[in-house]
Ligand binder design. Sequence first.
Ligand SMILES: *Cc1c(COP(=O)(O)O)cnc(C)c1O
Length: 371
Amino acid sequence: MSSHMKPMIEAREALHNLPVYNSGISIAQAREISGQSDIAALASNENPYGTSPAVRQALDSLVPSRYSQSTSGTLRQTLAEKLKTDSERVLCGNGSEELIGAICRTYIRQGDEVLTVVPCFGLHQIEAIAAGATVKKIPMTKAMDYDIDGLVNALHQRPRIFFISSPSNPVGKALTKTDLDRLLDATSAKTLFVLDEAYFEFIDADYPNGLDFLSQRPDLPWITLRTFSKAYGLAGLRIGYGIASHPQIVKAVQNCLSPFNVNSAAQIAASAALKDEKWMQATADIICKERERLFQHLTQLGVTVIPSQANFLFLNLGIDAARVAKTLIEKGIIVKPWKEEGYTEFLRVSIGTPQHNDRFAVELAKILDLS
Ligand SMILES: *Cc1c(COP(=O)(O)O)cnc(C)c1O
């Protein structure tokens, strides 16, 4: 059968116009395109300093021939102790991405409405659509703040799930206590409130800890998502976790996961990383300082940069960001041009080492003709 023939079997209708996740290009591809060996990988918000040395050491105990621990029991216990909660309220996933998908499969009925913001983390939309929902997206304000009034109104319509990241990926802003209070007050018990805190560890100002905050609302169903991919430097092993308001939610979502969803290496590495929080905190501190330095530098150059509480900056270039990103790849620098309608002149750049950040700033200034 030739490739242009209609396939015999078609994917479900909900998947026909599914937006594609923008995972960008790999370091290997960037090497090929640029001819450079030292690539500034500033597109995926990874930890430029790697991971704790304790992780590599712990991985010596890996036994690849044995199945991993089903439902990550030991790790969940460790997380529960650290977070002063019950392990029955903790859930581990093959990346928090997997949990986003499982949450959608657990709760969405055909035609349900899911609420989120725009610009948003792609999977908050993609997984919801794939599960059969329609997605309503409330734009950030002109100043790129969360439109709390707009979200409050939309929450009154009782969407099935509300996905919001704080700090926001890609914007970098974080929800204040007042914002969270207003959002929770507008949420009914018919809506699952999902607070995605993938960048929680990089918050350095006076913002609320989402988990502590949500814990004051046992009357509402909620989950907060966190990950080992960003601050802990374990993106390649795929491990994230969630804390839910009620054990029933964990049980229901767990039923939509495969029994050995988190591999042994990831469970071992995450446990070791948790035992060496000092390493994580030290690198997060360096990254936050570097974020402020790059923010100042780019702002002085005349670039419009949004203040960030995460390990990346969102820049409004005023010209097509995809073209700028393409030119940067030729210089060995990978960044993420935003693809959502209305935001295609925005570029997200991860905070890397000072050397890589400077390289980015120099090349960007050349492209934009700034000095
Ligand atoms: C990176 C990211 C994730 C995915 O994390 P994994 O644990 O690597 O799957 C989830 N949510 C947001 C907002 C992210 O930016």
